[in-house]
Design a binder for this molecule. Structure first.
Ligand code: COA
Length: 184
């Protein structure tokens, strides 16, 4: 599956120049694919807080994009050597402290595929790049707070769910996500 059936895409690390281009991709992904598991109000409330860009990942060199031949972004996703487990720049309770790879699990972060490119193996290819990079830094475990939309994708890649968390939204609703992990 890694490599997928979209060979024309270029996979590369995101750069600061990509930062303004990533939020529109995330919004298109969540609005297009999120309704598989969430209501329209959950989606709109979660965008920009729980679901969005964490600029730190770009600055750390741990965030990837898949770029089409016309330079449009088809997907983004990354990993982190820091403690913040999920969420955008604007989530409450960030913790940018570094993890110890000997004891901590690398965080798989913020995977968003444009709906036009879904189910072409692109998320799988980016996940593979993230797992390789985390392994190269000495991590032997990876974990994430997966959206319900991402659940079957991560299960397919060997992640096992062990806790459901309800993230609070500003209007009093919650966004259910699932804590998942696997050995690298
Ligand atoms: C989750 C997501 C990143 C998957 O990206 P993708 O590029 O479409 O995934 P892939 O094509 O690599 O899928 C690999 C396999 O995962 C499973 N899978 C992926 N999406 C699935 C879905 N919606 N339903 C069931 N299985 C799915 C399938 O087994 C798939 O293989 P197949 O297409 O041969 O059946 C994408 O759906 C997405 O961006 N969702 C919206 C944003 C989101 O919730 N992101 C997760 C944040 S934690």
């Amino acid at each position: 599956m890694p490599g997928g059936d979209a060979p024309q895409l270029r996979y590369r690390l995101a750069t600061p120049a990509d930062i303004p281009r990533i939020p529109p991709l995330i919004e298109a992904s969540v609005r297009g694919l999120g309704p598989q598991a969430y209501s329209p109000s959950q989606i709109e409330q979660a965008l920009g807080t729980w679901l969005g860009l964490d600029t730190q990942l770009v600055l750390d060199g741990t965030y990837f994009v898949a770029e089409a031949p016309d330079s449009a972004l088809a997907a983004c996703g990354g990993w982190s050597r820091r403690k913040t487990p999920f969420g955008s720049d604007h989530r409450p309770g960030r913790d940018d402290a570094l993890l110890d790879p000997r004891t901590g699990a690398a965080k798989i972060r913020a995977f968003f595929v444009h709906p036009a490119w879904a189910r072409h193996g692109i998320g799988s290819r980016i996940l593979d790049l993230c797992e390789q990079a985390a392994r190269a830094e000495g991590f032997s475990r990876a974990e994430m707070g997966a959206t319900l939309t991402g659940l079957p994708f991560y299960r397919r890649h060997g992640y096992v769910e062990f806790e459901r968390i309800d993230l609070p939204l500003a209007n009093g609703e919650v966004l259910p996500i699932v804590w998942m992990a696997r050995a690298l």
